[in-house]
Design a protein around this ligand. Sequence first.
Ligand code: SF4
Ligand code: SF4
Length: 441
Amino acid sequence: MCNKKTFSLGGIHLNKHKISALSPIQEAGVPPLVYIPVKQHIGAPAQIIVKVGDKVKIGTLLAKANEGISANVHSSVAGEIKKIEEIEAENGYSEQVITIQTSADEYEEGIDNSEEINNDIPQSLEEIKELIKSAGIVGMGGAGFPTPIKTSIPENKSVQYLIINGIECEPYLTADGALMLEKPEQIVIGAKILNKVLGIQNAIIAIDENKPQAIEKITKITKRYIGVNVAVCKSKYPQGGEKQLITAITGREVPSGRLPIDVGCVVQNVATVFAVYEAVMKHKPLYERIVTVSGDTSITTAGNYRTRIGTPAEYLLDLAQTDKSKISKLLFGGPMMGTAATNLHSPINKKTGGLLVLQAQEATKPDESCCIRCGKCAEVCPVGLMPFAIASNLRRNNTAPLKALHVADCIECGSCAYTCPAKVPLLDYCKLGKYEVHKQK
Ligand code: SF4
Ligand code: SF4
């Protein structure tokens, strides 16, 4: 196969545990209640426009994007609004959530729910942009940045590359891989649509070498679509990090404190690109996504589920025949960058690519000992930081040098903590360091 691409600085090799890599996408169905947060994105929460007692359909607008950075939120089910309240979110913060008691599926007018592939991209750029915006699409790889804003290029900038992130480098997670296997043409059409939005003909779908079937399928399809190509990347963590992927594909480095657009790149996750296809070609708002359930296979059955936004984690765990009494830790996302769920009712949101179920021995934090100054944490850091120095300063409550140590550039990949032989919780220190630097601003 062609040259495999990767980033140059740091990185680690992980046991991938992609247990559900070849599991077909299953329909999760409709739970009796869904809990839909109005802030599933970076920026301001959407403004609720419905009230308790209202009847809704699949695709009904529940909350309208605020000015600035925000995104619309739609109903993922048909039913009746039962409650609007503040509840504890998966990240421990409280957020406004709309509870809907579900009934039989009924779609808003105009939504094409058929499986038929449509590649007749609208001529009007304004129409395309409006469809993406009104669908409430945000970065589904975990960042949650509203897509219409990420694809609006400032006048003083130009874009040369659209990089579609199909790496999925977190262990266990296979939702993006399953999507590439089952919806390859829709993803390629989504890339064509975004090419049009950006005014370029240069989309590159980056896929990890550990997904040979997806590479083969998508490469074959791209032969029929001008301006979309595939790049195969080495299996190295965190290859899916935005800046690492840009370096791998283009050789360009995003400088400290700068954005991908500063080096002429826009990066979108494959699930986001699929959502763009659905919004523009099928008039579907973003109300469902693929979620991997995986982890300790002695208590759960790994699989990939098409899941309505707002579905409680517990419902998916039951579908995956999980012995909930044995769960010691439940993560939203993968083991490296995922966040611990505070309870089993936490709802799936637009950014949730996976639920990871861990038993006691896997969930227990290892005992920490003293730093032995081996330098391994600095060796593996893909951003070139010195995590041991960040930790040592924070231990001494010395926050002044943190800015000069560039802790704000940390992408929270966890490679340092994973590698540290002394089991120093370096990721926790880096997160704290970022918070301290943010406070100093
Ligand atoms: S968590 Fe931050 S400091 Fe640690 S390796 Fe990743 S980028 Fe570097
Ligand atoms: S890897 Fe751990 S032990 Fe080695 S220098 Fe870094 S913090 Fe210290």
